[in-house]
Design a protein around this ligand. Sequence first.
Ligand code: 5GP
Ligand code: 5GP
Length: 225
Amino acid sequence: MKTHSSILIKLLVALSLSLLCASQDFDFFYFVQQWPGSYCDTKQSCCYPTTGKPAADFGIHGLWPNYNNGNYPSNCDSGNPFNQKISDLMSSLQKNWPTLACPSGDGNKFWSHEWEKHGTCSESELDQHDYFEASLKLKEKANLLQVLKNAGIKPDDEFYELDSIEEAIKDAIGYTPGIECNVDGSRNSQLYQIYLCVDTSASEFIECPMLPKGRCASRVQFPKF
Ligand code: 5GP
Ligand code: 5GP
C-alpha cells in the first residue's frame, strides 16, 4: 500500500511538472519595430551593420513575451543559448532585423540578446527557429511603412499628428498600436518604435491588453533615413 501511494504521488508530481512546462507562461507578445532614422538620432549616432546600410524601412527590434498587467519575464533559460541554427533565415534577418548599435556588427549579437532575454521566455511556444521565422512573418504581415505611406505619412523629416499615425495603423491592421517616441538633439519628438500586440502563437495581431508608455508629443517628426 505504502509503495503504491508513493508511486502515485511521484506520478502526480511528474504530471504537474510536465503540465507546468508545457503550458505557456506569458499572456501575449509585443512585436516591436524601430525606425532606423530615429534610433540614429536618439543615440546621437549609430553604426550601420557590417553588411551595409539598411533599407529605409522599419526594422524589427524584438518579439517580447508579456503579462497582461504590464510586467514581463526575461532571461528565462540560460540552458538554451542562441545557437545560430537559422542560416536559412540569415539574409532575411539581415534585411529586416538589422542592428544599428555601435560598434558595427553582423547582427548576431543583437539577435542573440533578443533570443536570450525575450525568446527564451516563450520557448514553450516557439523554438529558436520558430521565434525568428514568426517575427519575420509578422513584419511582412504588418507592412508598416507601406501602411503609413498609403495614409500620406512618409519619412521626410516632416511632423505628423500622432493621432493620424495611430489611426492609419489601426485602420490597416485592425488594432491600436503603441507608439514610442524619442527626443533628438534639437528636442524634436520623433517616431521611434511601433508596438503591435500578438497572440501567444505569434501568428495573429490582437488588441493590446496594455499599451506601453509612449512619451510622444501630439505632433511627431518622421525623420529621413
Ligand atoms: P526601455 O527602458 O528602453 O523602454 O526598454 C529597455 C528594454 O527593456 C527593451 O528593449 C526590452 O528588452 C525591455 N522592455 C521594455 N519594456 C518592455 C515591455 O513592456 N515588455 C517587455 N517584454 N520588455 C520590455
Ligand atoms: P533590449 O534589451 O532593449 O531589447 O535590447 C537592446 C540591446 O540590443 C541593447 O544592448 C542594444 O545595444 C542592442 N542592440 C543592438 N542593435 C540594436 C538596435 O538596432 N536597436 C536597439 N534598440 N538595440 C540594439
